[in-house]
Design a protein around this ligand. Structure first.
Ligand SMILES: Cc1cc2nc3c(=O)[nH]c(=O)nc-3n(C[C@H](O)[C@H](O)[C@H](O)COP(=O)(O)OP(=O)(O)OC[C@H]3O[C@@H](n4cnc5c(N)ncnc54)[C@H](O)[C@@H]3O)c2cc1C
Length: 470
């Protein structure tokens, strides 16, 4: 077996797989190292199982909003069928299908844990402890992803808590679930477990709003939706101590104000860490930053090491599958010397969707972030339910759409949509932000009647009424 490849990728999650595939398509020889399952966190313990757990509840909620259809719903989500569907989406945590795909793409799979041992050199330690050294002629791509972080809360490490792996692979739905963290993973899993029959779900968030990095109205509307679904939301609630009774007894979280919350399981969803402690970075004099994330330049290379790229969660730029895959496509091409677009690894228009009810979808900057960046902005806002398409979605299917417009450049720099199925509105906004489409030009992008997308027209009309003119 050859020990030299043009490219060696460490980590076969979505980012690593894409870097390998794109480099292979450019006729480079590529090996990919994977310590667990080909497909990574996203396929088995993150994006796919979480959305499979959410989808049936979302479908029922949509039907319940239509008065003439609601009466036909006589039961709740079928839990067993949902778990079976989740198992199918994760291929029952087997990676045969993805391995077949890799091999078909011409990528060599090296099973084991990869470690950097010097410039362009990687050692792979197989499960039986055997170590083999490999060399990459063109470059090494680190795509090791991220894992749930454990916050330093008294008693938490001993309390047998759940992380994203436990909850997405759950065989039973806990009766009472506590969720530490009111950002995307926490709110999505709270929603899923409630829809799947958990009788008490409580989100514990230290800050004073959910989804703290998004528009404040997004967090507020999401909170209202979750509370209406019977989910408790404790804001400004700092967990100080965690204790479980015995090994299987209830778990209690003590808050800074002395209150105690008790559940059967505690999901810890308060951030991520990149598994870079044992990656051999010290051999290269590279020190990971906070959370183990590896700093990269705008070409996704580690400064001072132009052969070493980091893509996906591991560089900490944006912890989302689609952004990691985008970075990986660019790197796959760059390794082959293909001149890529000058807008390299653009991080200004990251699309993000929270798959709750209501969904929260956003791209680019919030109004506050734009102002902090010194942009003179105008924010146009409209209720999605006040469009003809929105009204047809049924009772309570409203929500808010907001565009943040740069007054000087007359382009959209950020957009947020909150509402049922709002994620599907997002790509139009992403195209407008990335394409820097002027509002004069957008005036000619006519939304179909009667779709919820007519909200774009209503938002443009607000700009017309403002001194932006049109
Ligand atoms: C519950 C949950 C839901 C999510 N939902 C979404 C969603 O809906 N949409 C979205 O865009 N994002 C979502 N995310 C985020 C998404 O999962 C990540 O952004 C994505 O998985 C990152 O891809 P990656 O390839 O960088 O890393 P990963 O998917 O983490 O894969 C990294 C791979 O590297 C391997 N590895 C690590 N170290 C080594 C080593 N030293 N040697 C060999 N192999 C190694 C790991 O075993 C793993 O297979 C979600 C995350 C969570 C936790």
């Amino acid at each position: 077996m050859t020990n030299t490849y043009d490219v060696i990728v460490i980590g076969a999650g979505p980012a690593g797989e894409n870097a390998a595939e794109y480099a292979t398509q450019r006729d480079l020889s590529v090996a990919i190292v994977e310590a667990e399952l080909v497909g990574g966190e996203c396929s088995y313990w993150a994006c796919m199982p979480s959305k499979a757990l959410l989808r049936p509840g979302e479908a029922l909620a949509a039907a319940r909003r239509v008065p003439a259809a609601a009466g036909a719903i006589t039961g709740e989500v079928d839990v067993e069928a949902t778990l079976r569907s989740r198992d199918a989406f994760t291929s029952s945590w087997k990676d045969d299908g993805q391995v077949e795909w890799l091999e078909g793409a011409g990528v060599t799979l090296l099973r084991g844990r990869g470690r950097l041992t010097g410039e362009r050199r990687v050692e792979v330690e197989a499960a039986d402890g055997t170590r083999t050294s490999y060399e990459a002629t063109k470059g090494v791509v680190v795509a090791v992803g991220s894992r749930a972080a454990t916050p330093p809360i008294d008693g938490l490490a001993e309390a047998r808590t759940w992380d994203n792996r436990d909850i997405t692979a759950a065989k039973d739905i806990p009766e009472r679930l506590l969720v530490l963290g009111g950002v995307v993973i926490g709110v999505e899993m709270a929603q899923a477990m409630r829809w799947l029959g958990a009788s008490e779900v409580t989100i514990i968030e230290a800050l004073d709003g959910l989804l703290a990095n998004e528009e404040p109205f997004a967090g507020e509307e999401l909170q209202a939706g979750l509370e209406e679904a019977g989910i408790g939301v404790e804001l400004g609630a700092r967990a100080e101590r965690v204790a479980r009774q015995g090994t299987d007894g209830p778990v209690t979280v003590t808050l800074a104000d002395g209150r105690e919350l008790t559940g059967d399981e505690l999901l810890v969803a308060v951030g991520r860490r990149a598994p870079t402690d044992d990656l051999g970075l010290e051999q290269l004099g590279v020190e990971p930053g906070r959370g183990g994330f590896i700093e990269v330049d705008d070409h996704l290379r580690v400064p001072g090491h132009d052969w070493l790229y980091v893509v996906g969660d591991a560089n900490g730029r944006s912890l989302l599958t689609h952004q990691g895959k985008y970075q990986a496509r660019l790197v796959g091409d760059a390794l082959a010397g293909v001149d890529v677009d000058p807008a390299w690894a653009d991080n200004s228009a990251v699309p993000r969707v929270v798959f709750t009810d209501p969904q929260v979808a956003a791209v680019g900057l919030t109004e506050a972030q734009a102002r902090e960046n010194g942009v003179d902005v105008f924010a146009a806002r409209f209720d999605l339910g006040h469009t003809a398409g929105g009204a047809l979605q049924g009772k309570g299917a409203g929500g808010t759409a907001q565009l943040v417009i740069d007054r000087d450049r007359r382009v959209i720099v950020g957009a947020t949509f909150v509402g049922a199925g709002a994620g599907e509105h997002l790509h139009a906004a992403t195209i407008a932000v990335v394409g820097e489409v002027t509002i004069e030009r957008l005036w000619h992008a006519v939304p179909s009647f009667p779709t919820v997308s007519e909200v774009w027209l209503r938002l443009l009309e607000q700009m017309r009424a403002d001194d932006l003119g049109l």
